[in-house]
Structures are given as C-alpha cells and as structure tokens.
Ligand binder design. Structure first.
Ligand SMILES: [Zn+2]
Ligand SMILES: [Zn+2]
Length: 375
C-alpha cells in the first residue's frame, strides 16, 4: 500500500537547507505552471498540483518540516498529514489572493522580488500588442485592467467609520512574533494583525477590512521607440494595492509585436522583399522602396539578378535610448512580364535573337557543369 512518494524538497525543487521564503517562491512558481486550468487535457497536472500543495503544506510549517526532516514521509502516516491539510485549490487561491477568479489569476506576475514585502500588493502582468510602426516611433498607450485598488469607502485603511484602532495584543504593536524553527529564532509577521501592529474593532463593510476592492483602472504607458517583442516595461506601483494600505505591487507590461505585412524584424534590422520589372533589373535604374519613415530611393545596378540583397544603412529600427538605427535589407524579386501582346512578343523574340551566350553567363556555366555530369 505504501506508494513510493517523491521527496517534498524534490517536489518543490529546493534544497533541504533553504529558507521559508524560497519554499514559498518555488511553490508559487510551480503551482502556476501545473495548475490544472492551465494544463487542460493533461491528467497528470492535477496530480502534480496536489503533490505541490502537500509538499508546501508540510515544508511551510516549521513543526511539520522538522518532523519530515527527521522521519521522512513516515512522520505523517496514520493520517496526521491529512488532518488540517489545505485543499490544493484553496491553498492556491490563498497564496495568490485572487479575488475574482475567472482565469485572471494567471495575470499575476511572479518576477524576482519576494521576501520582506508583507502586506504588499501583488505584481501584475499585462500583455500588450502593438504594431511595428508604433514600436518604430514609440507611442503612448492607455490600458484598462481590473485589479485590487484601495477601497474607496475606507480609503484603504480597512476601518469602518468611527472604528477604534488599537494596538495588537499579541505582538504589542511590533508587528512581529518570534518563533523557533529548529535551533533558530525567527521573526515572523504577527498572525493576529498580519504584521501591522494594530487591530481594528469595526472593519469596513465594503472591503471586509481588507482595505482594497477590485476596480477597473486605466493606466497610461509610454512605449519607447525601438522596443522589441518580449520587452518588459515596469510601472512602479501599477500593481495591486496592499492589504490595509500596504505598499502597491508593480505592473509589468509585456510587449508583443503584431506581424507586419511588409517588414520582418531581426533586432534593429528590418527585412523586406521588393519586386522589380525584369527590364529594370536588366537596364538598371532607380526604384522606391518602403521604409517605416516613408519611401526611400534606391539604385538598382544594371544586370541585377533576382534574389539579390541590398542594405540601406540606417533605415531599420531605432536602437533603444539612442539615435542610432539598424539597417533595412531589401531583397529584389525580378518579375517576368505575363500576358504579352503580339508586338511585345515580337520585340522579345527579336531581342532573343540578338542575345549571345555572353549575355547569360550563369546559364552558360551551368550548362557546362551538367555537360560534365553526363559525359
Ligand atoms: Zn474598505
Ligand atoms: Zn500583532
């Protein structure tokens, strides 16, 4: 009956000596990755998700962790581990403070940070799609998002009108309590006042004392010229409000570029293909090629072959925070005329008669090569 259970440290991908903050960070990261909602059709996702919750449940509790370190999984046989164990989905919601649900949960962003930010609001992530033109010249954008902001009724304090605010009886206003963890004494946020050092007798009804409520906010963003796919802009304080006036999280805006019908981008360089008539390719001439700052004149040398690449210096994308620009690479495609009328056909036939082998050296050398091949 005893199934081989994976080591909890292994499940959470942390070492045995790691601090609590690391365990929490790792759980948050992995729980998002393995959340069944995020892995539809993968039957093992839920199992992994439950495994993570169980491992977190044990390792986040100093007593249970100590027991696990000594006795391994045997410490929790006979149901002790099950008693008081979190439902994995409840735990997830608790960890992410998700108010509304509905998929918005994955908008939370777990970049670096972490540690010592008790009561601070979550960081948020917003994916923004812009055009290549907007990335070229830079732009202003206004985005709209639902997030937890300071409650309007209590202005973020969490206290109802006329509520009495008193010093927390458990931590005596210090906001921290000292707990023993193995040999160490560790200061932890006070569970009664959640680290604030004070308690409120009548919490605000609208936010149930949290000091924050979900609202739609509009945020103005300045997108710098030259921004590329996957770039992250940080709007300091643009994330969620903290609990009862705790610090605001940050908003990370991740930039995505829409596909462009003419240009493709590679760093600061742009690429495009321009068709030219075969007469222009033969005789040479000046053509206009598109660029993101308007048409650019380009010389086509006489005798240009299809597929030739030309580089127009400084007509690519701007470098971030610089006046320098990348290059525009133009590939010429030679268009052979179709639907010839009688006169045109005759003119071309006359032209063909005037042509000798020396007019088509590529064709000639190829003919010679295949001649050797079949000799
Ligand atoms: Zn309120
Ligand atoms: Zn307290």
């Amino acid at each position: 009956m005893a199934q081989s259970k994976r080591c909890y440290y292994e499940v959470l991908q942390v070492t045995r000596t790691v601090e609590f903050e690391e365990i929490k960070k790792s759980y948050r990261k992995l729980a998002v990755k393995h959340h069944p909602d995020k892995n539809p059709g993968d039957p093992t996702a839920e199992e992994r998700f439950r495994e993570l919750a169980e491992a977190y449940d044990i390792l986040s509790d100093p007593e249970k962790r100590a027991a696990y370190d000594r006795y391994g999984h045997a410490a929790f046989q006979g149901g002790m581990g099950g008693g008081g164990m979190h439902d994995p989905f409840d735990l997830f919601r608790e960890m992410f403070g998700a108010a509304g649900g509905g998929g918005g949960i994955f908008d939370h962003f777990f970049g670096g940070g972490g540690g010592g930010d008790n009561g601070r609001g979550s960081d948020l992530r917003y994916d923004l799609q812009i055009t290549l033109e907007e990335a070229f010249s830079g732009c202003e954008k206004e985005i709209e998002l639902r997030k937890l902001d300071a409650c309007g009724t209590c202005e973020g304090t969490g206290a109802a009108k006329g509520a009495k605010v008193s010093t927390c009886s458990l931590c005596k206003g210090r906001g921290q309590v000292v707990a023993s963890r193995g040999f160490f004494q560790v200061a932890q946020p006070c569970p009664q006042c959640r680290g604030e050092g004070r308690t409120i007798d009548k919490p605000c009804r609208d936010c149930r004392g949290e000091g924050r409520a979900e609202k739609t906010s509009r945020i103005k963003l300045t997108i710098p010229a030259g921004i590329d796919e996957g770039s992250r802009l940080r709007s300091s304080g643009g994330g969620e409000a903290g609990v009862r006036g705790g610090g605001k999280g940050d908003l990370y805006v991740v930039i995505h570029l829409k596909e462009h019908p003419v240009f493709s981008r590679e760093g600061t360089d742009l690429h495009c293909t321009v068709p030219i008539p075969f007469v222009t390719a033969a005789l040479g001439g000046e053509i206009e090629v598109p660029s993101l700052s308007g048409p650019v004149k380009m010389k086509v040398p006489a005798g240009t072959q299809g597929g030739s690449d030309f580089r127009l210096k400084g007509h690519g994308m701007p470098r971030l925070q610089s006046v320098a620009k990348g290059d525009l690479h133009v590939r010429l495609e030679v268009e052979v005329p179709t639907k010839l009328d009688e006169n045109q056909r005759k003119a071309l036939e006359a032209f063909a008669e005037l042509c000798g082998d020396h007019n088509t050296p590529i064709h000639r050398s190829f003919s010679e090569r295949i001649k050797d091949l079949f000799a």
